[in-house]
Design a protein around this ligand. Structure first.
Ligand code: GLA
Length: 469
């Protein structure tokens, strides 16, 4: 839905929102928007295919203005905000993510199956005309201010080094300005309901929330995929973690009730609806992911070395996922032992995701669950990123009635496991997992029953109050 200068909402369907919006803006979109200039995209919904999108378009067109406004501005009211953001004109809301299958292959050209979850970063902000960005991290009770022209130096207005948490927003603005995108001053506060440092992409959600906010402020003409790439660039080059694109992609592009099948080579993706009777349960081992950044970068280096060696036999492959299992088996012995294990995980994990999508389409959930179990074993034995606590949690979860499959999720080295569970058995599942784990270890865990959520949105306040019916 596009808001036009005459305050009307224009509705249409498209495969590419930003491109289509640009066409409308220059008068090549429709007769209506040629006459009534479009101002901004105010609402969108990702659908699984063209015909569903066209049906949705007709549905929306039939709504009254009040009902349309409710669609556009309803999120703020329905989301149970942890803080009162009313003093802010803009509110950016970005979800965390959990990865269901396809671990450590997003930097090896594989396809992954993450889900944006209903745990969010909430960022309220007002634009300013100064060249200064002032951000309060409510959960840490800290405020910092830095000058736009000094971001690269990583210092605040007084010349002190920026604290770690602020490097995420600062990094996003740094990356955007390297892409020649304009940055504006603003004052904002944010808080998060995504457990931090547990492998649920709390930092990617922070990046995406700030990036989407700045896109609004400065009218960047980029879509959510480009937005995610800016966030990844921040993480790779400003923070120093050589991550793939999966986390930022999922936070930006999430689709309600759906897994996201994301091909990290072509960057094509589509949502896959989660069957009704499946619930996503995340269990936090509460083991901090210490040294995870250096170990993560080290795993990535190993993949590059393995690829380099394998290219002696397969010279024109540009990533590990382009090598099939049988091709790998022919030459794997030539690799050094650790590299062989790492590459074997990657190549088999790629194959698992491709198989998983067929199982999902055929509603073969136990078969899908078997792939999750195999993925965990491979992460434990070949990629060596699990911990005894995660292994124990997974083995308990997999034995509970109603659990399709469980595995560690995210980079590993601590953090969380994810389980797909028959919806009607969720309460029993959680109880049994918590009590068995406690009996065996004397330790408490935390469980989050999650829904697949939409990706980032930015709402603005002023409009909702100034619109006349
Ligand atoms: C982290 C990274 C992702 C991905 C996962 C492992 O979450 O940010 O890019 O590599 O680890 O699958």
């Amino acid at each position: 839905m596009i808001l036009c200068e005459n305050q009307a909402f224009y509705t249409g369907w498209t495969k590419n929102i930003s491109l289509r919006f640009r066409q409308h803006k220059i008068g090549n979109g429709s007769r209506y928007t040629k006459k009534n200039k479009p101002v901004k995209v105010v609402y969108w919904k990702t659908c699984k295919d063209k015909s569903t999108a066209m049906k949705k378009e007709i549905e929306i067109k039939k709504l009254t203005r009040k009902q349309k406004e409710r669609l556009i501005f309803g999120r703020r009211n329905s989301m149970n905000l942890p803080v009162d953001f009313d003093q802010f004109e803009y509110l950016s809301i970005a979800p965390g993510r959990v990865n269901i299958l396809g671990e450590h292959i997003d930097y090896n050209g594989g396809s992954v199956l993450p889900v944006a979850i209903d745990r969010y970063v909430y960022l309220g902000a007002n634009k300013s005309n100064e060249q200064i960005i002032r951000i309060t991290a409510l959960d840490l009770n800290q405020t910092i201010s830095f000058r736009i022209d000094e971001i690269e130096k990583k210092i605040d207005v007084r010349g002190n080094p920026l604290p770690d948490w602020s490097l995420y927003p600062a990094g996003v603005f740094w990356a955007a300005s390297k892409q020649n995108l304009r940055i504006s001053g603003f004052e904002g506060i944010f808080t998060s309901t995504i457990p931090m440092g547990t492998g649920l992409s709390s930092s990617a959600a922070v990046e995406v929330a700030f990036a989407a906010l700045m896109r609004e402020f400065c009218s960047w003409e980029i879509d959510n995929l480009e937005l995610a790439k800016i966030c990844q660039m921040a993480e790779n080059q400003f923070i120093g973690v050589n991550c793939g694109l999966m986390d930022q992609f999922a936070s930006a592009n999430g689709v309600q009730n759906s897994l996201l099948f994301f091909n990290t080579t072509t960057l094509d993706w589509f949502p896959v609806e989660l069957p009704d009777n499946v619930t996503i349960v995340i269990t936090n081992s509460k083991i901090p992911r210490s040294l995870s950044n250096s170990a993560y970068n080290e795993r990535r280096d190993s993949c590059e070395k393995a690829l380099n060696d394998l290219r002696k036999n397969y010279p024109n492959r540009s990533n590990l996922c382009q090598i099939s299992i049988s091709e790998f088996e022919e030459v794997e012995k030539e690799l050094e032992e650790t590299l062989q294990k790492r590459a074997k995980h990657v190549i088999h994990e790629c194959a698992r995701v491709n198989q998983a999508i067929n199982f999902l389409n055929d509603n073969l959930l136990f078969e899908f669950g078997e792939l999750m179990k195999a993925s965990h074993n491979s992460l434990r034995d070949l990629y060596e990123v699990s911990t005894p606590e995660l292994d124990l949690l997974v083995s308990i979860a997999n034995k509970i009635n109603g659990c399709y499959g469980s595995r560690l999720t995210g980079a590993g080295f601590g953090g969380c496991i994810v389980s797909l569970v028959q919806s009607e058995t969720v309460n029993k599942f959680v109880e049994e997992l918590e009590s068995t784990y406690f009996k065996k270890t004397g330790k408490e865990i935390e469980t989050y029953v999650c829904k697949a959520s939409d990706g980032v949105i930015v709402e603005w306040h002023e409009l909702s109050t100034s619109i006349v019916d």
